[in-house]
Design a protein around this ligand. Structure first.
Ligand code: PMP
Length: 306
């Protein structure tokens, strides 16, 4: 098939890609009652290695909690399945997508006796926003859609249903000629991108919206905070960033497992800094790739080798 992979792990078994099917009356399809993860396996000097796999699994189990969803496999079993999946398909670098959801039984909003289903897929996936994006940055627009408030849904759980908001914001941006959106929270302050956290640099200090701003606690966000602090930067990770502060930033960048570290060069019509990847962004980005490609032996505890 087009992705050049042929196997998916589903409910404890490896099945052919084309056989990884579900019933059309699946609860998760109708009500968005699924939770998921997105991790990257990098082709490193030490062989394929999954970056911060343990943190992704931990967040998967945490995301399940508000939905009272019992994932019937422990972290060891999911790790074993994932390693076998990546090995058997001879993937060097890939994106890994675990997803768990309420399956088919009844279609009341209450999941009742719907079984929890779970699958893990892995496939080769290049840069999320393009090679050029990593080097030159992207143009983004502030979305007219607001992020759900954390009083409406647990925004710190990576829930499938929440991504209708991400899709609306992202597609609105692309329709208007931008690569991606910035989404404000209900109060009108900066929350995050549709699938990215956001960082701001001003006077050589680094700011990122705090967990109470209706954001997902990104694993790349936590990684970048640690790397930046280790590089000697002061990082304010409980910031509240107003819309206007985007315009006056020296630098802005997105982080995410898919987006990695992507500079932002323009917000709406406003050029950020000098309109290219700024020096702080560049330093953090190059440190990030040095680490994930294992060109340094520091941070070895972040890797699960395939
Ligand atoms: N925010 C949202 C809404 C996301 O979907 C993602 C991607 N998982 C992120 C932030 C970044 O999180 P991470 O660094 O863990 O990929």
């Amino acid at each position: 098939d087009e992705m050049d992979v042929d196997t998916i792990w589903m409910d404890g078994e490896f099945v052919d890609w084309d056989d990884a099917q579900i019933h059309v009356l699946t609860h998760g399809l109708h009500y968005g009652t699924g939770i998921f993860e997105g991790a990257r396996c990098y082709d490193t000097e030490e062989g394929p290695a999954i970056f911060r796999w343990d943190a992704h699994l931990e967040r998967l189990y945490q995301s399940a909690k508000p939905y009272e969803m019992e994932i019937g496999y422990d972290a060891e079993e999911l790790t074993e399945a994932t390693l076998e999946l990546v090995q058997s398909q001879e993937l060097a670098s890939c994106y890994i997508r675990p997803v768990a959801f309420y399956g088919y039984d009844s279609l009341g909003v209450s999941p009742g006796d719907c079984p929890t289903r779970i699958a893990i897929a892995a496939w080769p996936w290049g840069t999320y926003l393009g090679e050029d994006a990593l080097e030159n940055g992207i143009d983004v627009m502030v979305s007219s859609w607001r992020k759900h408030a954390s009083s409406q849904v647990p925004t710190n759980a990576k829930t499938t249903g929440l991504y209708v908001n991400s899709m609306l914001a992202g597609e609105e941006a692309r329709r208007n000629g931008y690569a991606e959106a910035i989404v404000l929270n209900k109060e009108g302050d900066v929350a995050e991108g549709p699938g990215e956290n956001i960082f701001l640099v001003r006077d050589d200090e680094i700011y990122t919206p705090g967990l109470s701003e209706s954001i997902l606690e990104g694993i790349t966000r936590n990684t970048v905070i640690e790397l930046a602090e280790d590089l000697g930067y002061t990082v304010h990770d409980t910031a509240s960033i107003s819309r206007g502060e985007l315009n006056t930033a020296d630098e802005l960048f997105f982080t995410g497992s898919a987006a990695e570290v992507t500079p932002i060069r323009k917000v709406d019509n406003v050029v950020i800094g000098d309109g290219s990847r700024g020096p702080v962004t560049e330093e953090i980005q190059s440190r990030f790739f040095e680490v994930v490609e294992r060109r340094t032996d520091e941070y070895d505890e972040w890797f699960t080798y395939v």
